[in-house]
Design a protein around this ligand. Structure first.
Ligand SMILES: [Zn+2]
Length: 424
């Protein structure tokens, strides 16, 4: 009787303790590109550059942040710029390589690109080593890691050889785009414009966090740590304190590079080849989508070959789009029904058809760039997939026939269909 009376109390305690147990704070690494000063053409005066650096470091210090700053070595031109970098080091931040002249890898051949990085690496090493610091991180300018597999591989080999690790960004955003309007408003003393820019800056960062956090958590099924990209500019010097406060108020805590990068999500293999850069979760998601598209099409073509081998030409041709084009050495056939009729004429029965095997040689997904409402470039949906394959027909009573085919598939209504087929 006593126990029964206690049970509701016990249940209530459990409920209350569940309700008040705070969710885990999400670790965030702060990374800052284009040191010593981004948008340098707006800030040529040394006093200006020092004021900005002081403001950025004060905001980081106030929130107990150990950041990684990525240096564009060409911009370290004067003794005073070296002193700015010294300040970052003496405040406990780590410096990494962000190239010499900030080249875009998609627009630069591999050799001159790596030569540019070598120059920056040598300069930074000469600066860091006497100060007992190492050079661990490299950040791709424009986050572009190469638009071909060969260039992607060449950079991975170069970075591994020189002991540098590519430092990805998970919270990609356009913080740099606020710098010019901010500086203009500061110089004009336009208080109203400054308030508006501040609100927009914080809102844009909030939306970027929401988008990328949802995307990453959705991919991995858990709360992931994040790497924020910021730039060393005047708008940051003025607004980072507000930004960091707002992050602390929305379930985040600041973490070191070592803690964040130890999460297995950052070891996920990702072959993202594109002429532009984007956040890591968007890259991994696109790679998953590519793998899924390839698996779906491979399964479709396997089922299609089985239909052929079962003598079912109607089922074999279901995979063609209504307006498919079939090209062979004997000419061009347009339309699914016409393709079916052609096959029926050439292969009147199962004996003539034989057994079909399709060996896929290569698959290439086709996709491009989409621009989000926040003007971030992200991978588009996969619009098409091309397949190069070898077909082989085998017969019980005669020699096999074999040849090559190039198929283009699209999925206008959500289902993959062959829209072009060139078989030879
Ligand atoms: Zn940059």
């Amino acid at each position: 009787m006593r126990i029964t009376r206690l049970l509701p109390v016990f249940a209530l305690v459990c409920f209350v303790s569940d309700a008040v147990s705070a969710p885990q704070l999400r670790p965030v690494l702060i990374t800052i590109d284009d040191l010593p000063i981004a948008s340098g053409s707006l800030h040529s005066e040394q006093v200006d550059r020092e004021r900005i650096t002081t403001g950025l470091l004060a905001a980081l210090r106030k929130h107990g942040i150990e950041a990684v700053g990525l240096v564009t070595w060409e911009k370290v031109a004067q003794d005073s710029d070296f002193r700015l970098l010294e300040k970052w080091l003496s405040d406990g931040h780590e410096l990494g390589n962000h190239s010499y002249a900030h080249p875009d890898y998609a627009k630069t051949a591999q050799e001159p690109y790596i030569a540019d990085l070598e120059k920056a690496w040598a300069g930074l090493m000469a600066f860091l080593e006497p100060r007992g610091r190492s050079l661990r991180f490299f950040r791709f300018p424009f986050l572009c890691e190469g638009e071909t597999e060969a260039k992607l591989t060449a950079m991975r080999e170069y970075l591994a050889r020189t002991g540098q690790r590519s430092l990805p960004v998970t919270i990609d955003n356009q913080d740099w785009s606020f710098e010019e309007p901010w500086v203009t408003a500061v110089r004009a003393g336009d208080r109203k414009a400054l308030d508006e820019i501040r609100d927009d800056y914080l809102a844009a960062l909030r939306l970027a966090f929401r988008h990328h956090e949802e995307r990453g958590d959705d991919l991995f099924g858990r709360q992931l740590p994040q790497i924020l990209l910021l730039h060393s500019n005047e708008v940051g010097a003025s607004l980072w304190d507000d930004l960091f406060t707002s992050l602390e108020q929305t379930g985040h805590r600041f973490a070191t590079a070592d803690e964040v990068l130890a999460d297995p999500a950052f070891s996920e293999k990702c072959e993202f080849v594109a002429p532009f850069g984007c956040g890591l979760w968007d890259r991994i998601r696109q790679a998953h989508k590519e793998d899924q598209a390839k698996a779906d099409v491979a399964a479709l073509l396997k089922a299609q070959a089985e239909a052929w081998s079962a003598g079912d030409l109607a089922k074999f041709c279901e995979v063609y789009a209504d307006d498919a084009v079939f090209v062979s050495p004997s000419g061009v056939t347009r339309g699914r029904q016409e393709v079916l009729d052609r096959y029926r004429r050439r292969y009147p029965d199962a004996r003539a058809m034989g057994k079909l095997r399709l060996d896929i040689i290569e698959m290439r997904p086709a996709w491009g760039i989409e621009v989000t409402p926040l003007l971030d470039a992200v991978p588009s949906r996969i619009h098409a997939l091309s397949v190069v394959a070898r077909w082989t027909l085998s017969y019980p009573d005669k020699d096999p026939a074999t040849g090559l085919t190039l198929l283009v598939l699209q999925r206008p209504a959500g289902t993959w269909k062959i829209v072009q087929d060139a078989s030879m």
